[in-house]
Design a protein around this ligand. Structure first.
Ligand SMILES: *[C@@H]1O[C@H](CO)[C@@H](O)[C@H](O)[C@H]1NC(C)=O
Ligand SMILES: *[C@@H]1O[C@H](CO)[C@@H](O)[C@H](O)[C@H]1NC(C)=O
Ligand SMILES: *[C@@H]1O[C@H](CO)[C@@H](O)[C@H](O)[C@H]1NC(C)=O
Ligand SMILES: *[C@@H]1O[C@H](CO)[C@@H](O)[C@H](O)[C@H]1NC(C)=O
Ligand SMILES: *[C@@H]1O[C@H](CO)[C@@H](O)[C@H](O)[C@H]1NC(C)=O
Ligand SMILES: *[C@@H]1O[C@H](CO)[C@@H](O)[C@H](O)[C@H]1NC(C)=O
Ligand SMILES: *[C@@H]1O[C@H](CO)[C@@H](O)[C@H](O)[C@H]1NC(C)=O
Length: 507
């Protein structure tokens, strides 16, 4: 079952269609490829460069076909996923033959397709560069690279760094940017770069592109700092993301990141359902094209139009929480929308709510405090060091159990990061201990307003509905030092509505 959805952001359009009317909004055409990578079954055994190249060329052959298809459909840029060429589970030694040499910046510019003999061990870069030329498009791919370093450097035991690397080629094949992944996720073949890189570049069709990779999306450097300090407007995001519901499926965090910062995100994931990997998309603050499919084994090419300016003219000078501009933007839309449909903001008439009883349950390895949604309509509150509030009306009810959960603390499993979360979730069953379990389907439609007095400004709004599909909330933002999210009129059942906050300085 294919699920390519185009979700129009109601809160932007209901307020801004009059402003945009007649204006020519500039777009570029982007492609992301969710690649069913051919994986190396022998990734821990040592091999030679020739065999390594033979293996990787099988994946590159598939890339080449996708570039040709994307070119026919007018794509100006294409993004391929993390680990899509060499696969997973290497050691520092076994990955060595799979690494290309990446020349230092003082030896650039370099066009690998036109100057293939300038550096040795660059066969993968050459093929990628030639694909960009042939498809006449910018091409973003992820590969392993080796970079010479001083033997005495404490992180450089064997004279080289091995980096998980994104590379960008222009449409004439020139290498225009490279980025070394900062936040590695148990990748024993690779080194952490000594210093976080902030890579920003321009293209003829849009400016201020930045690069991050997979796990980077949960950390300050360089993901958030690219947006807040370097004013990046478009993030190119190769990933190999294992879905974890109810809070961290790939499309959920991708959508939330683009929403939170008012930027465009071009995300390409690996497609491997056995590894729980699927979920790619092209996201702007007001629109998204996404793909999630656990039923097929095929890759998927997504192509979509992306606004050159992610936020409409007049509102996009400072895409930064520090400046509060983005907050005011959401505020404004929220207020205008609210006036538009005042008649729908019914006060709750029925309050046959059961006495609230809090309980603890584990969600994604963290101990949440939950409060059940016991009535058809009501208001609930749950607190730890801060408080989460929810008022809700179930407009279409089925026999399903929902609860509002709060967590404020350090997450320590599969990575260490500090979270502050308010989450309305559908529980796995009818027992309290099922709250926090992985759920993908839901039949209950809920109108709600969710808010909390968070102590962080960095909050990712998430709204996931039945079948792992995305929705943009009607409105979200800040009001009286509370972050809120509001939604009515959902067409499918609610799986998760969350305000996912990060306190980066407490990691
Ligand atoms: C893995 O190694 C085995 C034994 O060395 C070999 O027969 C097989 O062809 C290798 N498979 C791949 C995919 O390289
Ligand atoms: C990589 O290792 C993990 C954990 O050991 C395993 O679950 C997974 O199947 C491996 N993947 C491949 C492609 O071998
Ligand atoms: C190739 O593209 C790069 C980056 O856009 C540009 O700087 C360079 O001038 C181009 N080279 C040619 C020969 O057009
Ligand atoms: C939800 O709470 C907000 C803030 O207190 C209030 O303005 C709104 O009317 C409430 N909505 C419902 C349906 O109770
Ligand atoms: C969650 O709380 C329970 C009961 O208080 C405790 O036994 C458990 O260790 C906690 N788990 C985590 C991950 O903190
Ligand atoms: C949030 O609000 C509650 C209730 O008013 C209050 O007790 C708590 O101190 C507040 N927390 C923060 C972090 O502002
Ligand atoms: C909700 O649905 C009503 C009735 O169909 C409609 O008038 C209203 O504009 C919708 N609200 C939103 C936020 O889409």
């Amino acid at each position: 079952m294919l699920q390519i959805s185009c979700t129009i952001c109601i809160y932007i359009f209901c307020c801004l269609v009059p402003l945009l009317n007649g204006d020519s909004v500039a777009y570029y055409t982007a492609a992301v490829y969710e690649h069913h990578a051919i994986l190396n079954q022998n990734s821990s055994t040592l091999t030679d460069r020739k065999s390594a190249l033979e293996f990787m060329f099988q994946n590159l052959d598939i890339y080449e076909i996708q570039v040709a298809t994307a070119a026919e459909r007018g794509a100006q840029i294409i993004v391929f996923p993390e680990d899509g060429i060499h696969g997973f589970n290497y050691t520092r030694q076994s990955i060595y033959p799979y690494l290309d040499f990446l020349p230092p910046s003082h030896l650039l510019p370099w066009n690998p397709c036109q100057e293939p003999d300038r550096f040795s061990d660059t066969e993968v870069l050459q093929r990628l560069s030639c694909m960009a030329v042939k498809g006449r498009m910018y091409l973003v791919a992820n590969l392993g690279t080796k970079v010479p370093c001083e033997h005495h450097h404490f992180r450089c035991p064997d004279g080289r760094y091995q980096f998980n690397t994104n590379v960008v080629f222009s449409s004439n094949g020139t290498l225009v940017a490279s980025y070394f992944k900062q936040n590695l996720y148990f990748e024993y073949g690779f080194d952490i770069p000594p210093k976080a890189q902030h890579v920003v570049f321009n293209t003829p069709f849009a400016s201020k592109f930045g690069l991050i990779t997979c796990f980077d999306i949960l950390f300050y450097k360089p993901a958030v700092s690219l947006v807040e300090s370097h004013m990046v407007k478009h993030i190119l995001y190769p990933t190999a993301w294992m879905n974890q519901l109810p809070l961290l499926s790939a499309i959920q965090i991708q959508r939330a990141f683009a929403s939170a910062f008012g930027i465009n995100l071009l995300a390409a994931n690996i497609h491997h359902t056995k590894l729980g990997m699927t979920g790619s998309g092209i996201y702007s603050p007001s629109q998204s094209y996404f793909y999630f499919d656990m039923t097929s084994d095929n890759g998927k090419l997504l192509i979509g139009k992306v606004p050159v300016d992610p936020l409409p003219a007049g509102h996009n000078a400072q895409v930064s929480f520090g400046s509060q501009n983005i907050n005011r933007l959401h505020w404004l839309h929220g207020d205008v929308c609210e006036l538009d449909r005042a008649e729908h903001c019914r006060a709750s008439l029925l309050r046959h709510q059961l006495p609230p009883s809090e309980f603890q349950a584990e969600m994604m390895y963290d101990n949440f405090t939950f409060i059940p949604l016991a009535a058809v309509e009501g208001a609930v509150k749950v607190c730890s060091s801060f408080c989460c509030y929810l008022n809700y009306t179930k407009t279409l009810e089925s026999d399903e159990f929902y609860a509002l959960g709060i967590f404020d603390g350090l997450h320590t499993v599969h990575g260490t990061y500090y979270l502050q979360i308010c989450a309305l979730v559908k529980c796995g069953g009818l027992e309290p201990e099922t709250c926090g379990q992985e759920v993908t389907e839901a039949g209950t439609i809920i109108n709600f307003q969710l808010w909390g007095n968070f102590t962080t400004k960095h909050i990712f709004p998430m709204l996931l509905t039945s079948g792992v599909t995305l929705h943009l909330p009607d409105s979200w933002g800040w009001k009286d030092s509370h972050c809120y999210m509001k939604n009515e009129n959902m067409s499918s059942g609610l799986v998760t509505a969350a305000l996912y906050g990060r306190l980066y300085n407490l990691d």
